[in-house]
Design a protein around this ligand. Structure first.
Ligand SMILES: Cc1ncc(COP(=O)(O)O)c(C=O)c1O
Length: 389
């Protein structure tokens, strides 16, 4: 006889926190592959190159030299110094070493940032379509997101658009550039307009610069580099996309007080820092020659152009993304419901994508195609769509 127990109940704060939809798509692809079908995979979010050899070598060296003990919870001093230098030189963010913390990828930075800023009932302004984990990170604080359509903001005046969506509960703004999934890179002028609004409303910015090194058109502007913004911005970075290190789980954040205390606490009581040998490997990544990004970017650009030309030829209109590694075409020709469109594409052409609605209501009618894969896969996937749609 089973006795109903009140013990087996998840803590309420996790009730509103969901799991990513993308997992379902990966499962579908896996099923097809197990059944022996070829699938052209564009649903991922991984860089296509291998992790650079000097990074792997530095990891092996760290292990051989027994750099395997606890490091300071906020990071190895040499790495923090190199990150502070990078932030000053490349991002123009006026940091000291004490303003930098090493973290387990961009995700831990975003987690710590929202935990440090939000109280239950608070709201976060989020340009949309948006990277969906943000909703769950915010929900985990008992707070909620307010979506601000990026297209509307770019068409109208930013301040006016933001004012339409802000409320007296607005506490923070999530600023992701280059954006996932749209590839939008906010211009310096747009970033300044957002910063002016944030200062006027006394908000805090959580900046997500995961794709900062993948910009094809325009420039990457770190919002914390603008006048009066460093103090009110928690800037989250990762080595995942820049150095093809997604599985290493290493990133960092830059912030002044009181935010840094929040980041230190959330780190200390979750992971107590990043694996020590991984940090030495990260230092080697930062020391790669200056032309590393130029050559990687050229390879991404070639893939972007192939994908964009192909999608437009097939009749799936798509403006070239200015950054990141995703194409986000209008697929209403296949189906206005992006889940149905993704299913049709998978069934008929064996092409796997992510339905735009996964990135919020403003993403519906679109599909996200990652072009971070081989040129052969892109060509073959396009060919399959041409023949089967
Ligand atoms: C917009 C955005 N931010 C942050 C991340 C987090 O990356 P990671 O935790 O691998 O460093 C990702 C990863 O896909 C992303 O797309």
């Amino acid at each position: 006889m089973s006795i109903a127990s009140s013990a087996f109940r998840l803590a309420a704060r996790l009730d509103a926190v969901g799991f990513s939809d993308i997992v379902n798509i990966r499962n579908r692809v896996m099923e097809l592959r197990v059944a022996g079908q070829q699938v052209f995979q564009f649903e991922g979010g991984e860089p296509f190159p291998a992790t650079p050899a000097p990074v792997k070598e530095a990891m092996a060296r760290a292990l051989a030299e027994n750099k395997t003990r606890y490091a300071a919870s906020s990071g190895v001093a040499e790495l923090r110094a190199a990150l502070a230098e990078k932030l000053r030189a490349r991002n123009r963010v006026p940091v000291e070493e004490r303003d930098v913390i090493v973290l387990n990828g961009g995700m831990q930075g975003l987690f710590g940032a929202f935990q440090s800023v939000l109280n239950p009932g608070d709201e976060v302004l989020v340009f949309s379509p948006y990277w969906t984990p943000i909703k769950d990170l915010v929900a985990g604080c008992g707070a909620r997101i307010r979506l601000v359509p990026t297209d509307e903001a770019r068409r109208d005046v930013f301040a006016e658009t933001l004012a339409r969506y802000a409320t007296d509960r607005s506490r923070a703004l999530y600023f992701n550039t280059p954006q996932n999934p749209s590839g939008v890179v906010f211009t310096r002028g747009e970033t300044e307009e957002v910063a002016a609004f944030v200062r006027e409303r006394d908000l805090v910015v959580v900046a997500d610069e995961a794709y900062e090194d993948l910009v094809y058109d325009g420039e990457h502007v770190s919002i914390a580099s603008l006048e009066g913004m460093f103090e009110r911005t928690i800037s989250c970075y990762t080595l995942s996309k820049s150095y093809a290190m997604t599985g290493w789980r290493i990133g960092y954040a830059a912030a002044a007080e009181p935010w840094m205390t929040g980041l230190r606490k959330t780190t200390l009581y979750s992971t107590n820092g990043v694996s020590t040998p991984t940090q030495w490997a990260a230092l080697a990544a930062l020391e790669l020659p200056a032309d590393f990004f130029a050559s990687t970017l050229a390879e991404y650009r070639e893939r972007r152009d192939l994908m964009i030309i192909g999608l437009n030829e097939i009749g799936l209109p798509c403006a070239p993304p200015a950054g990141a590694f995703y194409a986000f075409p209008d697929v209403t020709r296949i189906d206005a419901d992006s889940r149905a469109a993704a299913e049709t594409l998978l069934e008929r052409a064996r092409v796997a994508t992510v339905p735009g609605v996964v990135f919020g209501e403003h993403g519906d009618g679109r599909l996200r195609f990652s072009f971070s894969t081989s040129l052969e896969t892109i060509a073959a996937g396009l060919d399959s769509m041409r023949r089967n749609l």
